[in-house]
Ligand binder design. Structure first.
Ligand code: FAD
Length: 459
């Protein structure tokens, strides 16, 4: 661990670089606007392929819990213009479309893409509001293997020729295939994959002490510009010797996403005893709060995505939403413009230029970073619970889009006519939904803090 990582309260100290009084205040403003945005049909209807085979191992089991299933939409409800784009009928299909045209032959993925395309003929449309991300009961070996595989993509080695892919990742994948072929020899796979919902983990058993809880909530960032300081600290720090800046950034992105998903699960937890949905403080504490770096990594993802949204603010302000109804278009435009105005008041929270320096090596590293992130988006097809897969795809696509904005384009190429077609509709939808999910995590952290105080008073 780096010194700063082991001393998070120092790392996230006050700074006056941001315009907002506190991170909490910043997120209160953003969260209201983001909620408004993601409740609009343009941002709610997501086209996705939920039925692709896992490309890395044989995904035998599927979560059969009712809460794992996804309610799909009648395609006729989708404005023709959006369907046309999706089916590749638009007059000028953009080279960067993620879930774009049905390919006649597999197309080479463009260099600037950080996500693997979700192309296939059996995509569905999903209303994200009808399928909230929350506790589903999906866990056990299947979920564990997916997270393991995702973390194992965090392997960069610029000293090797990378034409055959990252050697380490490849060998780890072979191990997974081997385990899958002979499950009887491997503890992890001895149980079959999830077929029935498991009982929730006995969280009470891991209940932390008062002192631990105090410590946890004292780490939640507060004060002006702490996010920016956090980012600067991460970027400038030398870090542990085996870990370069890019690798740390990669890890933090994944860990932040994982922690954010855990918070959504804990925030909308199903209590099997009472049959009620609600926040579960012990779940939050044991999965995220007790691991301060996980908590910080959520804020890290937040600043990365915020920076990406800031970078495309002009592009968003000029985007044609084309719902087929001018008044609806104007309405979306006005809310998006309000968000754009808010992000524009924000000083840069992430300096992407600090990554991938060092000429040829930097370029190689960037390609590896991109290729590994693409694999993360592919790994989503191995998630054995439909709804988790849906939100996994939304959020990895959102993060991938943020990375594409930050690392594939300079500021100038995102302005005016040069930016035409840079992002597809699914990318914009995924980016803003991901921003909203991170924002909800930050809000949930604050609410869990209040719950904790309340618990203290009651004890
Ligand atoms: P897991 O969350 O499975 O974590 C596995 C291990 O990773 C932990 O033991 C720990 O060592 C490490 N770890 C945990 N968090 C972090 C972190 N932030 N940073 C670094 N390391 C970490 N379940 C639902 O109920 N609803 C969902 O919507 C949902 N979506 C999912 C989406 C995806 C893409 C995946 C892979 C799983 C999803 N799950 C979902 C399952 C959920 O994430 C957990 O896997 C499951 O609840 C079991 O949790 P766990 O406590 O055993 O540890």
């Amino acid at each position: 661990k780096s010194p700063q990582c082991s001393n998070p309260s120092g790392l996230i100290g006050d700074s006056s670089c941001c315009d907002y009084e506190t991170v909490g205040k910043l997120n209160v403003d953003f969260s209201a606007k983001l909620q408004e945005i993601v409740s609009m049909p343009f941002f709610r209807y997501f086209k996705v392929n939920l039925y692709k085979e896992c490309p890395f191992w044989d995904n035998a089991g599927l979560c059969m819990n009712r809460d794992c299933s996804v309610e799909t939409m009648d395609k006729q409800k989708i404005p023709e213009q959006w369907r046309s784009e999706a089916l590749g009928k638009v007059s000028m299909p953009t080279p960067n479309q993620l879930f774009g045209a049905i390919p006649i032959k597999p197309a080479k993925i463009k260099d600037q893409e950080f996500c693997a395309p979700d192309i296939a003929t059996d995509e569905v449309y999903v209303d994200l509001r009808d399928n909230p991300e929350r506790f589903t009961g999906y866990s056990g070996p299947s979920a564990g293997m997916v997270w393991k595989a995702i973390y194992e993509e965090n392997c960069f080695d610029v000293s090797k020729e990378m034409t055959a892919g990252c050697q380490y990742c490849e060998s780890e994948r072979n191990k997974l295939r081997e385990q899958q072929a002979h499950p009887e020899e491997h503890d992890l796979l001895k149980e079959s994959n999830i077929l029935v919902p498991p009982e929730p983990a006995p969280i009470d058993a891991k209940k932390p002490s008062k002192a631990q809880m105090d410590e946890i909530f004292s780490r939640v960032p507060k004060g002006k510009g702490e996010l920016q300081q956090l980012m600067q600290g991460i970027a400038k720090e030398d870090g542990p010797e085996e870990s370069c800046l890019e690798k740390r950034v990669y890890y933090r992105l994944i860990s932040g996403l994982h922690a954010s998903i855990s918070i959504h699960i804990c925030d909308e937890w199903f209590n099997q005893t009472t049959g009620e949905w609600g926040p579960n403080l012990d779940c939050f504490v044991s999965r995220v709060g007790m691991h301060p770096e996980r908590l910080e990594n959520i804020y890290f993802d937040y600043v990365v995505v915020l920076r990406a949204v800031t970078k495309i603010s002009d592009y968003l302000a000029g985007y044609e939403f084309c719902t087929g109804d001018e008044s609806v278009d104007k309405n979306i435009m006005s809310v998006v413009t309000e968000l754009v105005d808010m992000v524009k008041q924000c000083p840069p929270t992430f300096d992407e230029k600090l990554l991938f320096q060092d000429g040829g090596q930097g370029k190689k590293l960037k390609n590896q970073f991109r290729d590994h992130f693409r694999n993360v988006t592919r790994i989503m097809d191995c998630v054995g619970c439909e709804k988790c897969r849906l939100w996994g795809k939304v959020q990895t696509t959102g993060l991938g889009t943020a990375l594409k904005i930050l690392f594939s384009y300079d500021d100038a190429s995102l302005k005016g006519h040069r930016a035409t077609g840079v992002l597809s509709r699914p990318e914009i939808v995924a980016l803003l939904n991901t921003f909203n999910r991170l924002s909800e995590s930050v809000s949930a952290i604050e609410r869990f803090g209040v719950m904790y105080q309340q618990r203290l008073r009651e004890e």
